[in-house]
Design a binder for this molecule. Structure first.
Ligand SMILES: [Zn+2]
Length: 108
């Protein structure tokens, strides 16, 4: 395994701390066992954590996001503001904006 992933063990990334990294049978991607500040232990791909894209187990994020964006035309507004601008305006992460756009597109 690349050291870059092994180095993650014991480190904090936002609200999560990496407990271990490992390969799963049949997968070439590196997974991480993580514990979040909320107490939840879960598994995630190691790369998004390393890149700083994932900073919590996802606790509260979804609900908060839905509440904030209720009635907002995400697609329309991101066209106008760009993803970064949109994320700044509503105080959400760009990752979530991308997710929401993807979801909107798949719904069509
Ligand atoms: Zn959490």
């Amino acid at each position: 395994m690349k050291h870059t992933f092994l180095d993650m063990v014991g480190k904090r990334y936002g609200k999560i701390v990496v407990l271990e990294v490992y390969y799963k049978p049949g997968s070439s991607r590196v997974y991480a066992k993580i514990v979040c500040d909320c107490g939840k232990v879960s598994e995630s791909l190691a790369e998004p954590i390393k890149l700083g894209l994932k900073k919590s187990c996802g606790c509260g994020q979804k609900q908060e996001w839905r509440r904030k964006l209720k009635g907002i035309d995400v697609e329309g507004e991101t066209k106008e503001l760009g993803v970064s601008g949109f994320a700044r305006k509503y105080g959400v992460s760009r990752m979530l904006v991308y997710k929401e756009l993807k979801r909107a597109n798949e719904g069509k």
